[in-house]
Design a protein around this ligand. Sequence first.
Ligand code: S3P
Length: 442
Amino acid sequence: MTATNSITVAPCSRIAGELRVPGDKSVSHRAAMLAAVAHGISTVEGFLESEDCLCTLHAVEQLGVQVERDGASIRIDGTGGLLREPCGPLDLGNSGTGMRLLAGLLAGQPFTTELTGDASLCSRPMQRIRDPLQQMGATVDLLGEGGCAPMRIRGGRLHAINYPLPVDSAQIKSCTLLAGLYAEGTTVVMGSKPTRDHTERMLCLMGAGVAGGGCEVSIESVGGTNLPLKGTHVRVPGDFSSAAFWLALAACREGSEVTVKSMGLNPSRTALLDVLVRMGAQVEIDAADALGSGYNPKTVGEPIGDVTIRGGGLRGTVVEGGEIPNLIDELPLVAVLGACARGTTVIHDAGELRVKESDRIATTAALLRAVGVRVDEQSDGMIVHGGTISGNVTVESGGDHRIAMAGAILGLLADDSVTVRDIACIATSYPSFWDDLECVRA
Ligand code: S3P
């Protein structure tokens, strides 16, 4: 490790160990926001103490919500729905989830708020949430170039809408459902493919009238700022997307075995496990919680379990269609798996990758090419040709946490060391990444 913002990762011939990863990022954001507008006290166990989630927590404090933090245990004293006008712009850092979901809550407030973030966040499309919020009655100005943040939201009395999603995005769906909490009537959001449903589960847990599931979800409300949400206890599972680094790494290395304990197994997030099985890895799932189906407040929650993976002998696969939203954040890793597999691995229907923390089709392709892997970049994905991963190179993260971590995984798999530049961004989602890497280096 150098004193600068880079690290050199040496190869590792066998990966082994058992670990727990930090809390789920999506669930932590939602816990902070929904607890903030619920009535009474919520306690959150296993909150992800990453830059992204701490930005959200800080934002709700600036909106007048009392938060007490003891490491990953948080106590939030919710306002019941009405927030306080903040003194200045709220800075959501690098977090698209923080900005887009918070915008939904702010659309129902009787004041104006400005939301901003870092250069990456202020280059990501926000028109996609402006449309539903304006249709519901809020005024949203996008102050950045080309429909980007900073964003000014003048909230107020909202009415319910039926909203067909322009892209299958959990962030747009969640933003609309959160605004729907404040809207009179039944707000319905329709997609063409299911996306992660953490918002629906938590809303249901807190007593909101959520119905549907899969491609169509609705929320019923009487409107106004007195919300039908009760504070609750939220147990945040280990983040599937963080665990994915170790599962993919072990899958690539013959003779490796890794177990991730207490990780989130929400079925709207686990498609990578299907991909790993298709590619030839051995996957064993020990699901601790058997939960009911549908949004029933008695049984809804986040499924948690242990996953063990034994690696080696991977073959290429095709990842496309309905699988894409379910593993959208794991696609850089699917490309890494493809690099270690026999034959070609094809990713289609993933144009959304172009508007993540970086253009992840371009940054993933550049990462793999830097280590000698052949990649054909396509407008909505890529074709990865399996082969040798060559070290003794430097790769760039482009300031994108998932690309930086994928670069480190390539270092462990390469035939010589790989230097990854611009690694500070990893703190946005996985501050203990390097400790966990040492834990699985056999
Ligand atoms: C997220 C949804 C996904 C994902 C992001 C987190 C969420 O984005 O990429 O990292 O917490 O809702 P989209 O919904 O825009 O695809």
